[in-house]
Design a protein around this ligand. Structure first.
Ligand code: SF4
Length: 376
């Protein structure tokens, strides 16, 4: 068996580590690129959302490199995600690939469902305690990746030399993946945080605080969002992303089941605007915006793929949220036609607007009586 799977943020780290540990050959597809996108676009209906195309491109690259088993995610849902896996499988078979697809139903069984899925792939000769130990260790690796990434978001707008934080971040996945024991993971954690904390910072940096939210996959995947986090960081913005894989795991694998999830707070905040779940992350986009305003954020960057059903609903409700909460929101609709230069121009204008608002608010708070139209 040679396993492959599509990319989803840092998800490849615990998966590859798990298969390496058990001696199962695993092909991580190359990082998503223009080549991945054109492969996906070529074999997808034009109207389907961008994540479908990118995931298909990843699978094609993995199969071309010799994989014979594809892991995918599926299950019920109100948007297209529910039937992605079946459509991917059919499309790949129509292209003539011979493989087996193993689908993880993310809405069924919580942590037990995940353990069953992993046992199906690793083999039923593995004991349950061993599988549960592997799941726990994989979640710890993911947790480390997410805390490193949060730290990267904090440091990037403060770094003295542009690119020093990204340079360390680029190696984090491989180094965490190579740690196969709790002791090795602890060591790599200390090393990576040490390297990040050794980066010289600007002494008086005062970054804008911006919420980064929207469709889960778009927010997670740096190729799809055209390195938006990096671009914002280089322009003096500290971003606070709502979507992390471990948050998703906490919600779906643990907390949702026992009613302790952060999503309850988010749903409450969104309830004046959206009273029922329309699937995807629409509820979270609206609720997090309201919560971020209360936390004193300077703005929101909202990303969504063209034709994304839940986020179109959120996008249409945003003007009311913006008006009620006086919160600047920039929505970026992404698809294969989007060019980076156009996106960067919009980002720069948005950062400029937030900086001016912040300056005006500061001066007003000091009683200087400066109007919105005043020159800085
Ligand atoms: S949330 Fe939107 S982009 Fe994501 S799978 Fe559903 S329709 Fe597609």
């Amino acid at each position: 068996m040679i396993v492959t799977f599509p990319h989803a943020g840092s998800g490849w780290v615990p998966l590859k580590s798990l298969f390496d540990k058990h001696g199962i050959q695993c092909i991580v597809p190359p990082k998503s690129s223009k080549q991945t996108l054109s492969l996906g676009v070529k074999h997808s209906p034009e109207w389907v959302c961008l994540p479908y195309k990118i995931l298909l491109g990843n699978m094609l690259e993995g199969l071309e490199l010799g994989a014979d088993t594809v892991l995918n995610i599926g299950g019920p849902g109100l948007c297209r995600l529910g039937y992605y896996a079946k459509l991917h499988e059919q499309a790949l078979r129509d292209m003539g690939y011979d493989f087996q697809m193993v689908i993880f139903n993310w809405q069924e069984g919580g942590i037990v469902g995940l353990a069953k899925f992993i046992r199906t792939v690793l083999g039923t000769d593995k004991s349950w305690p061993q599988i549960l130990g592997d799941v726990k260790f994989g979640l710890q690796q993911l947790l480390l990746m997410d805390s490193l990434e949060r730290h990267v978001h904090h440091l990037r707008p403060r770094e003295k030399t542009k690119g020093s934080v990204s340079k360390v971040w680029r190696d984090c996945g491989d180094r965490v993946c190579a740690a196969h024991s709790p002791q090795a993971l602890k060591k790599v954690r200390e090393e990576l945080f040490g390297e990040l904390d050794a980066i010289p910072l600007k002494p008086n940096a005062n970054p804008l605080q911006v919420g980064f939210l929207g469709e889960f996959f778009m927010a997670l995947d740096s190729f799809c969002n055209m390195d938006l986090e990096e671009e914002l960081g280089y322009r003096g913005v500290e971003i606070h992303r709502s979507a992390y894989l471990t948050d998703w795991c906490k919600v779906w694998l643990f907390f949702e089941a026992i009613g302790l999830s952060h999503s309850k707070k988010v749903k409450k905040a969104a309830s004046p605007y959206l009273s029922r779940d329309v699937s995807g992350d629409a509820m979270s986009s609206l609720g997090e915006t309201v919560l971020h305003k209360a936390e004193g954020f300077d703005g929101i960057v909202h990303v969504m793929p063209f034709t994304c059903m839940p986020e179109i609903i959120a996008q249409n409700i945003f003007p009311r949220v913006v008006k009620d909460h006086d919160m600047p929101v920039l929505t970026l609709i992404l698809d294969e036609q989007m060019g980076k230069a156009g996106m960067v121009t919009r980002l720069e204008a948005f950062v400029d607007l937030m900086s001016r608002r912040k300056m005006v608010q500061k001066r007003a708070a000091r009683g200087a009586g400066v109007g919105v139209g005043s020159r800085p």
